[in-house]
Design a binder for this molecule. Structure first.
Ligand SMILES: CC(C)(COP(=O)(O)OP(=O)(O)OC[C@H]1O[C@@H](n2cnc3c(N)ncnc32)[C@H](O)[C@@H]1OP(=O)(O)O)[C@@H](O)C(=O)NCCC(=O)NCCS
Length: 148
């Protein structure tokens, strides 16, 4: 029997799943999560970032998107981490960050940076929990950094 490889087009397969999960967060009652052009943001992630996903029975339970393309400054950047509330506090978020950090380290990056809303306690906590330190803030966000 001959097996044909199945090609999955990420923009049509993954995009709606990421869109739905992000939309869930944007519309939760916390008001902590805002993305202006969600459609454009996800297109950019799929086009330029590395994305790690946790899937179960074709459902997206969480994902982390990070940039590993600044080979001049050797600084990686975690752009987005979302875990579905149905699987919260099971260590998925931590393990995704650990995967990205390991990947950046093996690729020779020197630092990993991320930006979080100061009022987003869970996000601030996970940064601190994984050894990221606060290095300052820009107009909107607190900047955390991990030396690799
Ligand atoms: C933040 C988020 C990714 C955490 O994912 P998670 O899989 O539930 O987190 P983990 O189980 O891996 O926990 C890792 C650490 O996060 C922190 N944390 C997670 N949930 C928390 C909560 N409800 N309250 C306080 N701290 C929390 C803790 O420091 C925790 O470490 P600990 O369990 O040893 O105390 C998840 O809550 C989420 O998707 N939030 C909405 C999106 C978001 O804000 N993303 C981050 C900004 S991009």
């Amino acid at each position: 029997m001959k097996f044909e490889p199945i090609m999955i087009e990420q923009s049509s397969y993954l995009k709606p799943k990421i869109y739905d999960l992000m939309n869930l967060m944007i519309n939760d009652e916390s008001g902590l999560f805002e993305v202006g052009d969600l459609d454009g943001y996800i297109d950019k992630l799929i086009d330029r970032a590395s994305i790690i996903t946790i899937m179960a029975q074709d459902a997206l339970l969480g994902f982390l998107a990070y940039y590993a393309n600044d080979y001049v400054n050797k600084i990686g950047f975690i752009s987005m981490l979302i875990i579905d509330p149905s699987t919260k506090r099971m260590g998925y978020g931590r393990r995704l960050v650990e995967f990205a950090v390991k990947d950046l380290t093996l690729k020779g990056f020197k630092k990993c940076r991320t930006e979080v809303n100061a009022d987003n306690t869970k996000a601030v906590n996970i940064c601190k929990r994984l050894g990221f330190t606060y290095v300052g803030r820009n107009e909107e966000y607190c900047v955390f950094e991990l030396t690799l």
